[in-house]
Design a protein around this ligand. Sequence first.
Ligand SMILES: [Mg+2]
Length: 310
Amino acid sequence: MELEFIRRLRERLPPRQGDLLVGPGDDAAVLAWRSGGNCVVTTDMLTDGVDFRLSEADPRRIGRKALAVNLSDLAAMAAVPVAVVVSLALPRTASLELAWELYEGLLPLAVEFDTYVAGGDTNAWDGGLVINVTAIGRTTERGPLLRSGARPGDAIVVTGDFGGSILGKHFDFTPRVREALYLGANYEVRAAMDVSDGLSLDLGRMCEESGCGAELTLSSIPISAAAREAALRNPQSDTPLERALSDGEDFELLLAMPLEEASRAAADTSLGVGLSIIGRFVAERGLYAIDAAGNRTPLTPRGYEHRFGP
Ligand SMILES: [Mg+2]
């Protein structure tokens, strides 16, 4: 990384304390890891044209998102964020100012979630902007939350509401770190993940890992105002419910909890975000929808999937 850039970054970063012993500027970062718990590592790469369009978006929002998606994955594991490293591949046509703007979006969120930028790498190349963040967290006494713990009879629980994130939430969402830690510490949570690719698709993935199926009560799905607005733009093919079930990038938590625990948590006002019980896990494999009349029909999981190969 260019020396002048590192100097500027060091000036901008909060003073080092806690677990970060050596930050940006040396060959590698050093973390003390005094606080116990296991080390949780996650990484997410955002690319121009797939996760954002640099020609249309404020680079600060892109930088913020690159960190937020990683914090969301730490939240899904009920891990406390500790440090992040940031790798940038800038288009050769862009100035180093672009890197700075990305950091200007990312740094306030790092401060908000009490996590350090421990280092990174900034390069230029002939392709579009690529931003990769790797986040390091630690588990609490509760241990990590996994996707594989859902059991038949457990309630399907979600934070917040769903659909239409393309209208803004996919940039400006709040990673549910505090909520996941709070729920993990105060309630019995059997499984968790963050919904990044679509509610029904990700629920299918949790079922797969847990070896069970799920019944969704359609009238209980929290549909966002953005999902209604997005559906209005294409009323022939879209309904708000369909958008809530299949749109990607909600970055809400999806949890499996014993029903009694879920009911207690849903009434807990200190959580700070709405919690909805949207169905239950069942022994029979597959996803099923329960409509207002009580009819049960198979539900095809839909959402965003990266395409590979020719
Ligand atoms: Mg995830």
